[in-house]
Design a protein around this ligand. Structure first.
Ligand SMILES: Cc1ncc(C[n+]2csc(CCOP(=O)(O)OP(=O)(O)O)c2C)c(N)n1
Ligand SMILES: [Mg+2]
Length: 790
């Protein structure tokens, strides 16, 4: 559909075009200039930056949308934020926030005058200055847009439970080709017009990516329109290149779109009926590099991919380029836009909204400033009764689920907590949450459906990307959440995690950014317990990926049982500005610590389990049996039991690690143990047989600087697996109790010939196991019925 009205008066048209010219001028200035910002002297080489960095192509379109959003924010009295999917258009957002006055409020040295403008230009993509994208440094940004694909899911995440908020979400037509973006269009099926705000997607069809046309710009218009109708949107086209005509069309279309959004909300809120309407989407077809040079060196630049970055950069070498730059800059007629002092003329300044209605100052984009603490129940009330180690079995994540259900209940009034997951919430045993809330679902239901409702607070879509994007958007606007996922498939969002961790790391050094709630992951259905699944579902490598990131923002926890999981969960929900990764199994399994011991153990993060150790008298073990992760802990204790029975004189120390970061040196991570403490626990000179949940090399990576490192022998997942019994999985990877006993014997040659019989016994056990599982299809009774106690 196209709206043909012309709502702008001659003066309004002139002014909005002038405002756009000002933003475009400031954008080109940022890319090229370091001096002479208003060209009040003839342009010379010394005014031009030595390195020309940035992206022009997307910027005039972003500026065009920003100017028009300002207009409707005022006329509709909106609470709106701006998400620039093509975040490489950083100069545009910086320019606009400077024009509306927010930039100078956040950075007073970048004042609203000629000198401020000079600094604004110089700092962009300049050493010691600001990055080229819509980075955390940019006021009004909650979306960097450096890595493309997350604009829509971030926008929806921002407006969930924010009924008055509208996210204007610009999507690049190249960005729209990415997987994460493509799936995120479905977010409209999770938006409840009564309790949530709205997203106005604007597909920025400027025709090109870096060096290619885009698909959506070249498919027939009818197909494009059908595509968005098929996604459930109502598409409005704004197409052309003549600025005057385009301003009228954009203003007319935004008026219609905003009125529709308001009407949808009003209708739903007054009737109390939450259904899924056809939300509007704007498809803006305008030239890439609009208003830039039409040709450079005889080649097409405007309305072509050549305008993507810096349309010409040989300014130093080629006097023609310098001339071209001067002509280009002068085409915006800055003298008609800025006064003597270099400030925007008052009649143009008046076009921007005031105060917190400025998109650069929307508090939701600095979510920490709105963050309220969660009401948390006493996690100890959910404790499993563990009269003694190994006496009972329990499902750790189900216990965690009962706790999270209570968190959900306690925060029902605040509406600031949601659970996210790709269709695995029940599978990962968080089903107790469904006693308090449902899954969000705006579509048709049938009577047999299980816990689907329009006001559910468990967000499930089979797209890890969309879950992650929603949660990030939700957290960055000041709320709380938890993501549950199969361990192997969390890798799908590796790269989104990267971007979020980078965002957090950067914000830690930006004083006006307030801390946000941490991004919490529960990774369950982990590598060791894949009853229905096989090799494809076995990958504990997300931890390896996570530990590459800045230590100040990442935490990894491997609670061995339910009570430790509760303690860790409580801690994570209270933490700020981190990514917390918790890996814990969901199957019924041995419980080791009562609540009191669990709290102490989790607070320390690593500790000797005296009840399992036999070196108390001398304090000097012959061997240290270390473990991290629920299954490795079980195998370690089973190995220790064999050693106690077969070699009672052997002094064994059992160490369990819940907080993996404890292994790092203190200088590398605030949680890291001091070298003294590390040596006290692991000893500087005794063999350490370390049974670890994930890829064993990580243990070496984390401990290589420790005194006893040469004595650490790590076992873990070696990429061996298939659909088999739980014990066969650990056997295939040499992580089982029998292999661990053999490891001990191999590392203690001083035990001499006495060990040969025990070693033989262990090998026989492995053969027995092999034969048994292949014959009967389940683990041997002695494995299934194993108990720590008598
Ligand atoms: C996921 C991802 N892949 C590749 C890139 C590299 N890249 C940066 S800009 C760009 C083209 C973007 O085109 P579009 O979304 O149409 O933006 P615009 O035309 O508005 O600049 C690409 C491929 C990226 N930033 N992110
Ligand atoms: Mg494009």
């Amino acid at each position: 559909m196209t709206i043909e009205a012309t709502p702008l008066s001659a003066t309004e048209l002139k002014n909005i075009n002038a405002y756009w010219r000002a933003a475009n001028y400031l954008s080109v200035g940022q890319i090229y200039l370091m001096k002479n910002p208003l060209l009040r002297e003839p342009l010379t080489l010394e005014h031009v930056k030595p390195r020309l960095l940035g992206h022009w192509g997307t910027t005039p379109g972003l500026n065009f949308i920003y100017a028009h959003m300002n207009r409707v924010i005022k006329s509709f009295d909106l609470n709106a934020l701006y998400i620039a999917g093509p975040g490489h258009g950083g100069p545009g957002l910086v320019a606009n926030t400077w024009l509306e006055g927010t930039y100078s409020e956040y950075y007073p040295d970048i004042s609203e005058d000629t000198d401020g403008m000079r600094r604004l230009f110089k700092q962009f993509s300049f050493p010691g200055g600001i990055p080229s994208h819509v980075a955390p440094e940019t006021p009004g940004s909650m979306h960097e847009g450096g890595e493309l694909g997350y604009a829509v899911s971030h926008a929806y995440g921002a407006v969930f439970d924010n009924p008055d908020l509208i996210a204007c979400c610009v999507v690049g037509d190249g960005e729209a080709e990415t997987g994460p973006l493509a799936t995120s269009w479905h977010s409209n099926k999770f938006l409840n017009p009564i309790r949530d705000g709205a997203v106005l997607p604007i597909l920025h069809l400027n025709g090109y990516k870096i060096a290619n046309p885009t698909l959506l710009a070249r498919i027939p218009k009818a197909e494009l329109e059908s595509l968005f109708i098929g996604y459930g949107y109502k598409p409005y086209f704004v197409e052309g290149s003549d600025p005057e005509l385009m301003h009228q069309k954009m203003a007319a279309t935004l008026d219609v779109a905003m009125a529709e959004i308001k009407a949808i909300q009003q209708q739903a809120r007054e009737s109390g009926v939450a259904s899924r309407p056809q939300w509007p989407i704007i498809i803006l077809r305008s030239p890439k590099g609009w208003t830039g040079p039409k040709e450079v060196d005889g080649k097409k630049a405007e309305d072509f991919w050549r305008s993507h970055q810096v349309p010409f950069s040989a300014v130093r070498e080629d006097p023609e380029h310098l001339k071209l730059l001067e002509v280009w800059l002068k085409s915006y007629k800055a003298e008609e836009l800025f006064d003597e002092n270099g400030s925007l003329l008052p009649e143009l300044k008046a076009l921007a909204p005031k105060g917190l209605q400025r998109m650069g100052d929307n508090p939701h984009t600095n979510g920490g400033s709105l963050l309220r603490k969660l009401h948390l129940p006493k996690f100890t009330d959910f404790a499993l009764d563990v009269p003694e180690a190994g006496a009972v079995k329990g499902e750790a994540t189900r216990v965690q689920g009962t706790y999270l259900a209570e968190v959900m209940r306690l925060n029902e009034k605040e509406q600031n907590f949601r659970l996210f997951g790709p269709d695995e919430t029940a599978s990962n045993r968080w089903s107790p949450a469904f006693e308090v809330t449902d899954r969000t679902w705006m579509e048709r239901t049938i009577p047999e459906d299980d816990h689907l409702s329009t006001d559910g607070r468990v967000m499930e879509i089979l797209s890890e990307h969309t879950c992650q994007g929603w949660l990030e958007g939700y957290l960055l606007t000041g709320r709380h959440g938890f993501f549950n996922c199969y361990e192997a498939f969390i890798h799908i969002i590796d790269s989104m995690f990267n971007q979020h961790a980078k965002w957090l790391k950067t914000t830690q050094n930006i004083e006006w950014r307030r801390p946000v709630a941490s991004l919490n992951y529960l990774l369950s259905s982990h590598v060791w317990r894949q009853d229905h699944n096989g090799f494809s579902h076995q990958d504990p490598g997300f931890i390896d990926h996570v530990v590459n990131k800045k230590s100040s923002v990442i935490r990894v926890y491997l609670p061995p049982d339910a009570n430790t999981l509760l303690s860790v969960t409580d801690h994570c929900l209270r933490s700020r500005n981190y990514v917390n990764v918790i890996v814990c199994g969901k199957q019924p399994s041995e419980q080791w610590l009562d609540m009191d011991a669990a709290i102490k153990h989790c607070t320390a993060g690593v500790g000797v389990w005296d009840w399992a150790s036999s070196d108390q008298e001398t304090g000097e073990p012959d061997v240290v049996m270390a473990c991290a992760g629920d299954v490795p802990t079980l195998e370690t204790l089973a190995a220790v039991k064999i050693l106690r029975e077969e070699l009672p004189e052997l002094k064994v120390r059992v160490v369990n690690v819940v907080n993996l970061m404890k292994l790092l040196p203190q200088e590398e991570h605030t949680h890291g143990l001091s070298d003294n403490d590390f040596s006290d626990i692991f000893t500087p000179n005794k063999p350490v047989i370390f049974a670890y949940h994930g890829y064993p090399w990580l243990i070496h990576r984390l401990t290589y600087r420790r005194a006893g490192h040469h004595n650490i022998h790590a076992r873990g997942y070696k990429e061996e697996g298939t659909t088999s019994t739980p014990f066969d999985m650990v056997v295939m990877n040499d992580l089982d109790r029998f292999h661990l006993v053999i490891d001990v014997l191999d590392r203690l040659p001083e035990l001499g010939h006495r060990t040969i019989y025990l070693k033989q016994l262990m090998r026989d056990k492995l053969i027995e196991h092999n034969q048994y599982v292949r014959e009967y299809g389940e683990d041997m009774p002695e494995i299934r019925d194993w108990k720590w106690g008598k």
